[in-house]
Design a protein around this ligand. Structure first.
Ligand code: DOR
Length: 439
């Protein structure tokens, strides 16, 4: 489609910015939403009859690891973005632990070029902090933020002490996103529990205290410098309670579907496929995280899509790598929870799109309204389908949610006014755009 062709979506149940629904039509021209009304009487280049289906803003997944460059045997920007299209994810923010690391403008430019060539959905990238790249952290552009691994990392990307963290918080004003785990505590507990090959020990080695220690330190530095801080994949009841008591207005936090819906009992069922960082926690943690999300203590949802091959995952713990894929299942998982009465569909759309656009200051995204970008997902909330290994599009070829029966599956995904996924077919000629970040 040329850039200013029109698309008319007829008679879906449209989620409006205020959180209410309206059955109606929406007209897009080029990449933009032009009109939302009960009925629009114009001829369009393409028409979709979406009667009985629900129209939501496309998901913006604010934490993914798409492995390109350097680790393309696990995933690449093409396969990952196909999985995004199927999952209703129209934009993603990707992490710097690729090879080479995304710690310089040159590495960032390289990723942006690769994504422009290969990504079916919109993209943004973090710049990774090392102990030596303060100028890059200040100037790299466009970057959605600075990523700091306080733990669960090795090599240059590990910033595991206050002396190294402090100058990063002190200089500049762009958002800092932290993987908050206390590496010294993890190292010590790894020794204590060495020799144990049951993957369930992972949740004890990298325990709740390890996460809490790091989150406390990040909060302390954020308060000292009034620095925008985002806590990635917050996983414990203790961290949620800490934020409930003391969360400055410039701090945000996210939670993953797996930390809400899976817990340590998953190791018995899926072994090392349940291994991730920060680890799965207890049923009690699931419940406190849900409450914190519902109460607005936690701001939004990210998948931390971190694919590893089944062969890599088949290694014995602790040689098995941490991480699980998520972009294909996150929206249906959350909509299934909404349909079960756990939350509302409007809350899901806020957590998976609107609130992310706001925190990362991404203009014109996260709502269905005239002037906004036509990044949309049409979902079916009437039927349920199981997650099947043979149907996943991520290159790693598995999901921790196989066998789960889900509703809210995307029927059509639209990126910049173009259909990128429709009823099982991915339109591989569509390309997303680089996201902009205002400030
Ligand atoms: O489990 C994880 N795996 N957590 C992370 O934060 C990184 C990731 C990876 O890149 O494999």
């Amino acid at each position: 489609m040329s850039s200013d062709l029109s698309l008319l979506i007829r008679q879906s149940r449209i989620l409006l910015p205020g959180g209410e629904f309206m059955v109606g039509d929406i007209l897009c021209r080029g990449r933009e939403i032009l009109m939302v009304a009960p009925e629009i009487s114009v001829e369009a280049d393409k028409e979709i009859d979406a009667t009985g289906l629900t129209l939501l803003p496309g998901v913006i997944d604010p934490q993914v690891h798409f492995r390109e460059p350097g680790l393309e045997h696990k995933e690449d920007l093409f396969t990952a973005s196909c999985a995004c299209a199927k999952g209703g994810v129209t934009s993603f923010l990707e992490m710097p632990n690729t090879r080479p690391l995304t710690t310089t403008q040159a590495a960032l430019d390289d990723k942006l070029k690769r994504a422009a060539n290969k990504s079916l959905v919109n993209y943004g990238f973090f710049i990774g902090a090392t102990s030596e790249n303060l100028p890059d952290l200040r100037e790299a552009n466009p970057a959605c933020g600075i990523k700091i691994f306080m733990g669960s990392m090795h090599g240059q990307l590990l910033i595991d002490c206050e002396e190294l963290l402090e100058p990063i918080f002190a200089e500049g004003d762009r958002l800092i996103a932290v993987h908050a785990e206390d590496q010294a505590r993890i190292n010590q507990r790894r020794q204590e529990f060495s020799g144990i090959t049951d993957p369930a020990i992972h949740s004890q080695i990298q325990d709740n205290q390890a996460a809490l220690n790091a989150t406390k330190l990040a909060l302390k530095l954020s308060k000292k410098y009034q620095r925008r801080l985002h806590i990635l994949h917050l996983s414990t009841a203790e961290e949620a309670e800490l934020l409930r008591e003391d969360k400055p207005s410039w701090v945000t936090a996210e939670v993953t579907p797996q930390h809400l819906l899976l817990n340590t009992s998953a190791y018995e069922e899926i072994g090392t496929l349940a291994q991730m960082n920060p680890p799965l926690r207890s049923h009690h943690d699931n419940e406190v995280l849900w409450k914190a999300l519902l109460d607005g203590v936690l701001d939004f949802i990210a998948t931390d899509h971190a694919p590893h091959t089944l062969a890599e995952k088949a290694q014995t713990y602790p040689n098995s790598p941490s991480g699980m894929p998520g972009v294909e299942t996150s929206l249906p998982l959350m909509l299934t929870q909404a349909m079960a009465g756990k939350c509302t569909i409007a809350q899901v759309a806020n957590w998976m799109s609107t609130a992310v656009a706001k925190a990362y200051r991404i203009p014109n995204k996260g709502a269905i309204a005239p002037g906004y970008d036509a990044d949309l997902v049409i979902v079916d909330l009437d039927n349920y389908r199981p997650v099947l290994r043979e149907e996943v599009l991520t290159k790693c070829g598995w999901s921790p949610f196989e066998g789960w029966s889900l509703t809210g599956l995307p029927i059509i995904t639209i990126v910049g006014g173009k259909v990128v996924y429709e009823r099982g077919k991915v339109y591989t000629d569509v390309r997303g755009e680089a996201l902009r970040f205002d400030g």
